[in-house]
Design a protein around this ligand. Structure first.
Ligand SMILES: [Zn+2]
Length: 605
């Protein structure tokens, strides 16, 4: 998504003679049943077979998705409307073997799932994520694209980051990468616009295009909260990016009929939140997270995501930066904007610390390994069971925990901060739009700290899953790391489910190095007795544990696939941390807190 050509010349050998151009026409005559009728007309095709395909991945969503499953009635015609033979040659690929340079392919699309990845066609709205919606032609990635939308309702508004034209229903894109990155929302949208000024005196238009059952005054108040987030994020980098076509758009549906999601794009984000707007007096943190992405990942971009491959997921080793640092800043910006209480912020930080220190994936696997799992776990669908609780921790949390560690360490040791580090990454890779590698990120960290600090950090925490001493890092902030349930007996973080016979069933994988795992208890096993007491409910387990201490051993009876097992379980202490004020907060600690999570947006209007 980083670069694109505005013009395309017929320099390829064998081109029949027309400029290569792609035109899409979108209509939705069967809204009630979620169908759209779409065509793409391609001119300037080279001689030889032309291949049309649906994508299998979508920018910002890192797992593979089979979008072709909702495409049917595929037909092809020539420039005069005469039918051409088209055959399906792969699950998501269609071939037109004979043509004279112009081919129009038309198809029906079904879409009934509104989130950041898929498409929905409904009497209430059109919600189009492009890879889930539009077939494309192979080999013409650089051909300019025109899209004409036929709206089913004249009262609807269209919002998108595509380039507008004089005709409000027609949009353009300079090529496939930008087109596929530009979702469309059409419906009864409340639009709010404001300007943001950069230090170079250039102004950019911000738009909130909100679908919600909300009064105008509520939308105004909501837009003001989004503006506050924009100001805090701008303060981190000192400027907003130079958005293409001068505009950044928050596309947002806050409605019970969408699925919860947030998806970043180059000059927009698609946010879907299924709670009623009446409960949205609090701005969802996803706005802060997604907006931070317009720097981190959209422009400060790992080389492993470039160019974006629509045929299979890109494998990336750097999502702990792209998503993890963004996760940290999503929380931090909400705090700096005044939308999070101290206590909630401390618990969010404890959540990051627990993910890093107290999960097998965070404590035993590197952030690189966890990033590379994204091709399976990022809304990926599988029916077979996995062992994720024992070998994977989300790169969002692992990376967020490393961002927290870095922020605290840079502040203490170098009087610098994550903000300085992000600005350095922005300067080196974002403004220049030069994708980074991990060794280059290490160098950038060295520039805001010292090369030896950066080398040690990468050796210990990026290429090895080293343990971070958060307790000492939190001290100058006047915060203490404590065990959340210190001194209490614990069996492990297990989910109990009652089955239809009233048995107490283990509802998920038991976790390595926890008491039940060590006793040989597995998912779906039924716990029968602990310390001689019958178990029928989680409360029965708690009643036994309340009488006992960590380190004690108890007899345990359980059944595995109807086979009765007798074991001994050694109770442990729950390793989960909580973060609390240390009680003695003086001026230095207050100053540290202000520098870390106080508002940074003073002077930005
Ligand atoms: Zn994200």
């Amino acid at each position: 998504m980083k670069s694109f050509l505005l013009f395309c010349c017929c320099i390829a050998s064998g081109v029949i003679g027309f400029t290569q151009q792609i035109r899409y026409d979108f209509a939705a005559p069967n809204l009630a049943h979620h169908e759209a009728e779409i065509s793409l007309t391609v001119t300037g095709l080279p001689t030889g077979p032309a291949f049309f395909r649906m994508s299998r991945s979508s920018p910002g969503r890192y797992a593979t998705h089979e979008f072709a499953k909702n495409v049917y009635n595929v037909k092809a015609a020539d420039q005069n409307g005469k039918a051409l033979a088209i055959e399906k040659v792969d699950a998501d690929v269609f071939r037109v073997a004979q043509h004279k340079g112009t081919v129009k392919v038309s198809y029906t699309l079904f879409g009934n799932y509104a989130d950041g990845t898929y498409a929905e066609i409904d009497p209430t709205h059109l919600h189009l994520n492009m890879p889930a919606t539009f077939l494309w032609v192979k080999g013409l990635d650089k051909a300019p694209i025109t899209l004409r939308m036929t709206l089913p309702n004249p009262a609807w508004t269209i919002a998108t980051q595509l380039k507008p034209t004089a005709d409000v229903f027609t949009f353009t894109a300079p090529g496939l990468q930008y087109f596929m990155d530009s979702p469309i929302k059409a419906g009864q949208l409340s639009v709010r616009e404001w300007k943001v000024l950069n230090p170079d005196q250039k102004t950019y238009t911000f738009r909130l295009a909100l679908e919600a059952d909300a009064k105008d005054t509520a939308v105004d108040a909501f837009a003001n909260k989004v503006k506050t987030i924009v100001r805090e994020a701008q303060a981190v980098f000192g400027e907003v990016p130079a958005y293409d076509y001068g505009t950044y758009t928050f596309l947002a549906s806050i409605s019970p009929y969408v699925k919860g999601d947030g998806m970043e794009h180059r000059n927009s984000t698609m946010i879907t939140n299924p709670r009623p707007f009446i409960n949205s007096a609090v701005l969802p943190g996803v706005f802060a997270h997604e907006f931070f992405h317009c720097w981190n990942v959209e422009r400060i971009r790992p080389k492993s995501l470039e160019p974006f491959n629509f045929e299979k997921s890109n494998l990336s080793e750097a999502l702990w930066i792209a998503e993890g640092f963004t996760q940290y800043y999503g929380l931090l910006l909400m705090k700096r904007a005044g939308f999070t209480s101290d206590a909630d912020f401390y618990q969010q930080m404890a959540g990051l610390i627990n993910a890093k220190e107290n999960t097998p994936g965070g404590a035993g696997h590197t952030p690189v390994e966890n990033s590379q799992m994204a091709v399976f776990v990022d809304a990926g669908v599988s029916i077979d069971r996995t062992n994720y609780p024992n070998m994977h921790t989300s790169y969002y949390y692992h990376g967020g925990a490393l961002a927290l560690a870095l922020d605290l360490q840079l502040r203490q040791q170098f009087r610098r901060s994550m903000d300085d580090f992000m600005r350095e990454l922005w300067k080196r890779f974002g403004k220049t739009e030069r994708p980074y590698t991990l060794p280059e990120v290490e160098k950038a960290l060295g520039a805001v700290s010292s090369p030896s600090f950066a080398a040690t950090f990468f050796r210990d925490y990026v290429y090895h899953p080293g343990s971070v001493n958060y307790a000492s890092l939190l001290k100058p902030a006047g915060l203490r790391l404590e065990k959340a349930a210190g001194g209490k007996a614990w069996l492990g973080n297990v989910r109990f489910q009652a089955d239809r016979n009233g048995n107490l069933v283990i509802g998920g994988n038991t976790v390595r190095n926890t008491p039940l795992y060590n006793a040989g208890v597995d998912v779906d096993d039924v716990l029968l007795q602990l310390d001689g007491k019958e178990l029928k409910s989680p409360e029965d387990v708690d009643a036994v544990l309340r009488q006992r201490k960590p380190g004690e051993t108890l007899p345990l009876v359980f059944s595995h696939r109807r086979q009765k097992q007798e074991a001994t379980v050694t109770l442990a202490e729950d390793p989960s941390f909580t973060v609390v004020p240390s009680g003695t907060i003086g001026e230095p600690e207050k100053a540290f807190q202000q520098g870390w999570y106080g508002s940074h947006a003073t002077g930005i209007h």
